[in-house]
Design a protein around this ligand. Sequence first.
Ligand SMILES: Cc1ncc(COP(=O)(O)OP(=O)(O)O)c(N)n1
Ligand code: 3NM
Ligand code: MG
Length: 220
Amino acid sequence: MNDKRHDWTRGVYAITDAQLLPSDRQLIEACRAALNGGLALLQYRDKSGDLSHRLRQALALAMLCRNYSVPLIINDDLALARRLRDDGYAGVGLHLGQEDGSLRQAREVLGPEAIIGATCHARLDLAERAADEGASYLAFGRFFASKTKPEAPPATLDLLAEAARFGLPRVAIGGIDIDNVSQARNAGAELLATVHGVFGGEDPETPVRELNARLNSTYS
Ligand SMILES: Cc1ncc(COP(=O)(O)OP(=O)(O)O)c(N)n1
Ligand SMILES: Cc1nc(C(=O)O)sc1CCOP(=O)(O)O
Ligand SMILES: [Mg+2]
């Protein structure tokens, strides 16, 4: 029997976007297609303040991701991540930015097994603090021009090599696509996070397959 465990620490990290995927159906079908292409992680990112809408969509994604044994990361919202874990979705984690609350407290609430990621922008001091407070991965960026978040602070790829000392998976984010994914990987990123690179076109499965192929050829 092939019971190889899912390795979430390297590969493509897709992030959802409510403008690109406005309906529940579009969200679920696009995420299913992306998962079919082979994701390391999926993040649910929804900036609406509509809690029942967020709970409904996040529950549907948690169910979907469980079928693929892929962790679902909730952006910003510790209470939502906790609710899903309390409902038995053990693969649910959390991503926190610098304005999103205490990482240490999130670790206490979600427990030692939960994946908790931290935005570190272009700053190693933020990475050091996040590592001390129990982060599971460190996200750096924005490395390239981003359609989703053009105003995110810029970063340069040489940062990634310096961040190796924390011994945690490094995420590269911001304008990652098929044309620059090898560059980011070769600079040290284990996880390549993207919104538009996966969900910006018609069929998310194809870009995920292409990104994985590019990453696998980089490893060899
Ligand atoms: C993997 C990953 N990296 C960075 C971010 C950005 O988080 P944050 O700075 O909190 O900004 P918002 O996403 O909340 O707008 C992320 N979401 N995921
Ligand atoms: C949500 C987010 N955070 C960023 C950061 O630099 O912290 S860049 C970003 C948007 C990523 O979307 P795209 O792949 O479409 O550029
Ligand atoms: Mg945030």
